[in-house]
Design a protein. Sequence first.
Length: 327
Amino acid sequence: MSPGGTGPTTLAQLGEFALIAELVRDLPASDDVLLGPGDDGAVLDVGGSVVVSTDVLVEGVHFRRDWSGPADVGRKAVAVNVADVEAMGARPQGIVVGFSAPGDTEVRWVLDLAAGLRAECDAARVNLLGGDTTRGRDVTLSVTALGTLDGRAPVRRDGARPGDELAVVGRLGWAAAGLLVLSRGFRSPRAVVDVQRVPQVPYGQGAVAARAGATSMVDVSDGLLADLGHVARASGVVIDVRTGAVAIDEPLQTVGAATRVDPLLLVLTGGEDHALAATFPPGRVPPGWTVIGAVGARQDDGPGVTVDGAPFAGVPGFDHFRPGARR
């Protein structure tokens, strides 16, 4: 198990229960945790309604080991799940992790992944509560995140109303630009590659939006237009994105020039940034958020999302089961 080779070096040699002992060793816990790893389940003091969300990360679909180090994979697994709890306006509290891997996986790789899990838990201010391990064909992580609303109502997707302002916080298009670069065999600009490997979730902003009176909110995971489409359909409105208000950051311009891909397309349809998009009554957008559009009344046969007042002609985002879909 040790880097010097004095102990087991693969999961098959180490064994399941020794691995679990390593993964949960000296886990920190906040006052919200009444019972941590070691029993059949963890116990949280949530003080009210609980928000629960689950995501699965599969090797070859959500990450590649030749593109991302184990700590990156661990951090990403936390980030993408906590972002969903943030999108409900909740305060994330803890996660549990299901992990599978082939028996010949190096123990050092798994321990580095666990270090990434812990590092991102620290960044997100959540507790790693435990989970399960098993043998599998590929490396897979299933993470369930839990959070508390602290007495507030959840911010749902069906609350947007005509007259609301559309605003975002976090980066848009960076992860898609990083994927584009990596797919072509390059590793720069480093800034977008890093965001593709580890999303930079605007932690804490979900609760900020809720306190400011957000009427709806969504985690931008599959593309801005695609995810706004969920809000528009649930709310029965049309959401118009104004491209003049959308920032095209310098790294995106660099990638666009090198690949001949319109950087605006990356911003509008690129996924995996895990920014937050929300609608607010006029004048209620909190500091740090950027207004990029507005909500209007939807016609019976009209589109749910428009760009500068017109329907978007392309594919609005990622769908795992669309023919030919790939990250």
